[in-house]
Write a new protein. Sequence first.
Lengths: 156, 107
Amino acid sequence: MELKTKVSGEEGSQQIIISREFDLPVKQLFKAYTEPELIEQWMDTKVLKLENKRHGSFQFETTDSKGNKHGFNGTIHDLVENQKITRTFEIECTNFPVQLEFIDFEEVTPDTSKLTMRIVFRATQDKDNMLNIPFEQGINKAYDRLQKICDKLLNI
Amino acid sequence: MKTRRDVFQAIADPTRRTILSLVAVGAMTPGAIADNFDSKRQTISKHIQILTECELLTQEQSGREIRYHFNPSKMKEVNDYIEPFRKLWDNKFDKLEAVMKNHQSKS
């Protein structure tokens, strides 16, 4: 089976490329990246600020399951409707340096579209750390589950 | 100290990726592999050596000939490394698609 979302991030390279085809017209796909209330729905984040223009900036705030708030921000370097967004993206209060994102929107057919996101990191090591994040989340989830099972057992 | 070669280092090179895709179709002798490239035989032989050191290729001696096989289980390590990250984005994009379909039908 062909994977819908493809990721390449070869060892030694400073970038990750994420691509995906959507069953959506390119106009709708672009909207998902530029309308605050839509971003909030699919990215599970609050949009505090979003200026969709060259030299505009954005600020997101995500609350995790434990109630901790995480901030994200960046500057929009270039924005061409239904074609591309070039922006920086920074995860606040972490060791991750700011990253550069080239997001390209393409029409495949009138009803389908393709998104290509090229993320450039400051150093190869930062890219490797980013790829390891979901691993850690997975491990945390496993620990949470283990904790719950232990709590249950102790209550019996 | 000799640095240990890993799978990621091995697949970072385009020539080595081509070698892997050739051998993945069927076992090959070093000569047959080299015939697919314009580079010197020594260069290709060095690439084969690196791929063998990190176990992406396995050697099989048949008579006087050495044949190289592709080792898919080693290649899986590469996928496993990126897979959780890929899955994360796949889920996010599934959500994006669902949100937008809902939005489309409303407007």
